[in-house]
Design a protein around this ligand. Structure first.
Ligand SMILES: O=C(O)[C@H](O)COP(=O)(O)O
Ligand SMILES: [Mn+2]
Ligand SMILES: [Mn+2]
Length: 554
């Protein structure tokens, strides 16, 4: 690819300072007591809405608009930020795995053939998130993989489960374990020695991200590889039921456990000669474990034992690090992202968030690629997140710090694009703590205000949007939209939603005649990149989804 030069925009000038703000998990929904954004005091975001339709509108952020298999798939950070940064819609991991399983190609490709020799004398271990959330993994894909691997010679299979409660309702873990236990029993009926070997809640065991807390991965390692955990059970159904009885227990944070035989011996530690597959398709929360499983040199925690295994990811999780080196399904090839175009055209970028969302505005934004395109033109700043807490106890998180850092970058006039992710509405929304989520939304709104005020000072432009819904609806509803009661109680929705997200543009640098076009009613997140490329004074590449704005002459 040698033609990186973007055409100058015929009407919009270059060298503007443009703030691109992503509120994580901030959707649009009717006023309701479970709409935390509505309940919260959010004067800045409310003020944008008054400029509708010309400078405020809604965008699609779920299903096919972000490359997911169906319109029932809620949006998420990976696909949302991929679309925002890449300006096009790519078939995403969930869909690519579906296709590879349906056609059987998954069993013909390099990854599966790499692990297969271990089936002869070793065990096949499958590690991943056990739910039908469709954000990091999917139960039906795991079921197909179990069947397919056993039909192709896996004679001893051990499953290391991570319970969800974050992309699905809390408490649903029990049902998922029961379902998979049935499948394993069927396999045993066919002579395959298959069982669950270990488990734990995804947020406490294994699925940390962006190296926020390696202890999370270590707890998983101890259970999965070493066969050691503070809790030992004879069956996984019993494990999950019993551990959920502990005070304040929930699926996301279940402690690690191992399944033991009648002699108290762990049934499935990972040993030399085994095969391992991490069956999550989504990258961010599997990269750390992938490093521990693959890297000879590793100093993040004491692995005690580093078994010689054949390891494959469901996908390759990091295209720059080529990690893992073996994988069952090729990841989407998200190339020519906006960030890469911007550096080739001399546009200087600053990106910032706190640890738990840092990779969203860097790694995901750049098409699942770590590092800079051009370190002379880009600066990425990570504000350390609190670790070891659930964010409902600290709902303001680092929003203020992120905003202050963005303000400094804007006022320095050293950057053309200042890009941030404000995590609050999403991270606190996932805890299911409604009161804390209201506080979180207010904090995010205050952060937006700080950034907008800085833009005002430098005569710049702002573009404020979100990656998917979350905090705008915190209750499970029936088809007619009423809260769905269970045993007389509401069921708190910890997951994302299918709702659209707002986008607002403005600032003193935005000419009065720039408005949202009216001919893109189905516009989605993938239309945003062309929009900010215009705000930087360039035409977007011709194959990008069209820009949302036009320069009117009235
Ligand atoms: O990983 C998570 O925290 C959730 O599964 C999805 O949230 P995110 O897509 O906003 O990161
Ligand atoms: Mn998100
Ligand atoms: Mn989220």
């Amino acid at each position: 690819m040698d033609n990186w030069k973007l055409k100058e925009h015929p009407q919009l000038s270059r060298n503007n300072i443009v703030a691109v703000v992503v509120l994580d998990g901030w959707g649009e929904f009717k006023p309701d007591k479970y709409n935390c954004i509505h309940v919260a005091d959010t004067p800045t975001m409310d003020s944008f809405k008054k400029s509708a339709p010309g400078r405020w509108r809604l965008l699609r952020a779920h299903g096919s608009a972000v490359g997911l298999p169906t319109e029932d798939d809620m949006g998420n950070s990976e696909v949302g930020h991929n679309a925002l940064g890449a300006g096009r819609i790519f078939a995403q991991g969930a869909k690519l795995v579906d296709l590879a399983l349906a056609s059987g190609k998954i069993y013909q490709d390099e990854g599966f053939n790499y692990i297969k020799p271990s089936f002869e004398t070793g065990t096949l271990h499958l590690i991943g998130l056990l739910s039908d959330g469709g954000v990091h993994s999917r139960l039906d894909q795991l079921q197909l993989l179990l069947k397919g691997a056993s039909e192709r010679g896996a004679k001893r299979i051990r499953l290391h489960i991570l319970t969800d409660g974050r992309d699905v309702l809390d408490g649903s873990s029990v049902g998922f374990v029961e379902t998979i236990e049935k499948d394993l029993a069927e396999l045993r009926g066919k002579g395959v020695d298959a069982q669950i070997a270990s488990g734990g809640g995804r947020m406490y065991v294994t699925m940390d991200r962006y190296e926020n807390d390696w202890d999370v991965v270590k707890r998983g390692w101890d259970a999965q590889v070493l066969g050691e955990a503070p809790h030992k059970f004879k069956s996984a159904v019993e494990a999950v039921k019993k551990l959920r009885e502990q005070p304040n227990a929930n699926d996301q944070y279940l402690p690690p456990f191992v399944i033991v035989d009648e002699n108290g011996k762990a049934v499935g530690p990972i040993v030399d000669g085994d095969a391992v597959v991490t069956f999550n398709f989504r990258a961010d929360r599997m990269v750390m474990l992938a490093k521990a499983l693959e890297y000879e040199d590793f100093d993040k925690f004491d692995r005690v034992r580093f078994p010689k295994i054949r390891y494959a990811g469901m996908l390759q999780y990091d295209g720059e690090l080529k990690l893992p080196s073996h994988y069952l399904v090729s990841p989407p090839e998200i190339d020519r992202t906006s960030g890469e175009y911007l550096v080739h055209n001399g546009v200087r970028t600053f990106a910032c968030s706190e640890t738990v969302k840092f990779g969203h505005v860097t790694f995901f934004w750049n098409g699942n690629r770590s590092g800079y395109f051009d370190s002379n033109l880009e600066e990425y700043v990570e504000i350390p997140s609190d670790s070891g807490i659930t964010f409902n106890v600290q709902p303001k998180m680092k929003a203020l710090e992120i905003a202050e850092r963005a303000k400094k970058a804007i006022l320095s006039r050293r950057f053309h694009q200042v890009r941030v992710n404000l995590p609050n509405s999403d991270m606190v929304g996932h805890t299911g703590d409604i009161e804390a989520t209201v506080v979180a939304c207010k904090a995010a709104d205050e952060a937006v205000k700080i950034i907008i005020d800085a833009i005002e000072k430098v005569g710049g432009i702002y573009l404020v949007t979100a990656d998917h819904g979350n905090a705008e609806d915190m209750v499970k509803r029936n088809k007619s939209g009423e809260p769905l009661l269970k045993d007389g109680n509401i069921q708190v929705l910890t997951s994302h939603t299918l709702k659209p997200v707002p986008i607002a543009i403005g600032g003193p640098g935005l000419p009065d005649d720039v408005k949202f076009r009216t001919d893109l009613p189905n516009g989605g997140l993938a239309n945003v990149a062309a929009t900010f490329i215009n705000l930087h004074g360039y035409e977007a590449p011709s194959d990008y989804e069209p820009s949302l704005i036009e320069v009117t002459d009235d």
